[in-house]
Design a protein around this ligand. Sequence first.
Ligand code: BES
Ligand code: MN
Ligand code: ZN
Length: 492
Amino acid sequence: MKFTASCAELSGLKADSLILPTGSTLENSANTVDQWSNNAISTAIASGEFTGKSGQVLVLNFSGLTIQRIILLGTDGLSNQRQVKKAISAACSALNKTKSKSALWIGGNLAENIQAEASIVAQSINTSVYNYKKQAEKEKPNLESLVFWSDLQSETSAIENAMSYGAAVGDGMNIARQLGNLPANICTPSHLADQAISLGKAKLNKASISTEILDRADMQKLNMNSLLSVAEGSDEPPKLIVINYQGADAKTKPVVLVGKAVTFDSGGISLKPGRGMDEMKYDMCGGASVLGVMTALIELELPINVVGIIPATENMPNGRATKPGDVVTSMSGQTIEILNTDAEGRLILCDSLTYAAKFNPDTVIDIATLTGAVISALGKVASGILSNDQQLANDLIESGTQSADPVWQLPLWEEYDDLLKSNFADMANIGGPQAGTITAGCFLARYAKDYKWAHLDVAGTAWISGANKGATGRPVPLLMEYLRQKSEVSSD
Ligand code: BES
Ligand code: MN
Ligand code: ZN
């Protein structure tokens, strides 16, 4: 997909489709397009066909102009980034349905900030052309190019940079979605490791990247008995994937991203009920989001250091599987009584968090489809965030707002941590029926004492169920926004 910015005379531009975001009152460029199209837009408003209400999409077909159709997008009443993103993606899906090869986006009527608008447009274009089958067959989308038009000549290169950024985020999301949507018999720990190895072979100009895969024997040497206890019940070999992206100088401490990748979560001996169990192929979406972020970093070569750690395993109930009541000693030396084998995410993350310290991190962020309880608390709108550092939590909350990939904070108070008490080990792996997202966070916090850490529970946001079942690519936009801002601060 080719994205360019232009401030040239509108009448000289050609495209299959023109997208015009506007309210019911036509201003500036909307007026120009209206005159140019023989009042097609004011006519649609006068007839009531187009109300200008936020998110409304109306396709007007033409013949004889340098464009074949105008896609009107209503902008009246848009009041936050989430609504702006939703409106832009509605226009992008409508555009995708027209099978246009070229598009002309009339910018400046949407977000307060034209760069933010351009970036969301590029991201939405790239995510709107995503299709599970097409992605698997590496088929090219119909749309080949988009020109983002604005009358701000001074902003042209800033707009193009913003689109490169948005496009990379969209590409990263599509990688995360495809891995999420792949069935668990294809997307095994070994498959994820292969994807990481090919990312590690990318040839970069300014940055460098490498991948290391730790197998069962390596993990045994490191005493990762908690992680290994989850893999015990499966015939599929576990992999600990480590990707090292270096875009800044070697002295700069990295951000470490730890992504849960349970490629299928049957619950283990604490077997899950059958209904909807297919969706537990999505239990690797945290890990997939880390691979999505790496994809975007490779595309952008951001000046920052990022290490991705992805513990990948199945959670299955064979004859060797961990039994409720079993006690394991984690890599940190702390012992864990496994009261429920379905609380496996924290068991693979805790050893990964201990391992993360080896990279002398500036910050560690883990991303996991960790608890059903977060869906009860926040639904499918916000991801949960829990952190041992309020500044870090605030930064991530702000990045989530700006990227329309929101997170909402829950507390990590000691009253909740008390619920993890065990008579037979340093802690149990579950805290009982209440506050499940928080007790899971308290469990992880016990392994993240040596650095600034945040935990993102994306169980509600990483995929959607029902007729449109599919992975969303979240929280790649949030993580990229955080990393982009951090890279700008540190390279100033
Ligand atoms: N992967 C699940 C969490 C999950 C459940 C995500 C439903 C999305 C939808 C996780 O491994 C799990 O099973 N968690 C248990 C924890 C409980 C046993 C303490 C849960 O949430 O029920
Ligand atoms: Mn589970
Ligand atoms: Zn799980």
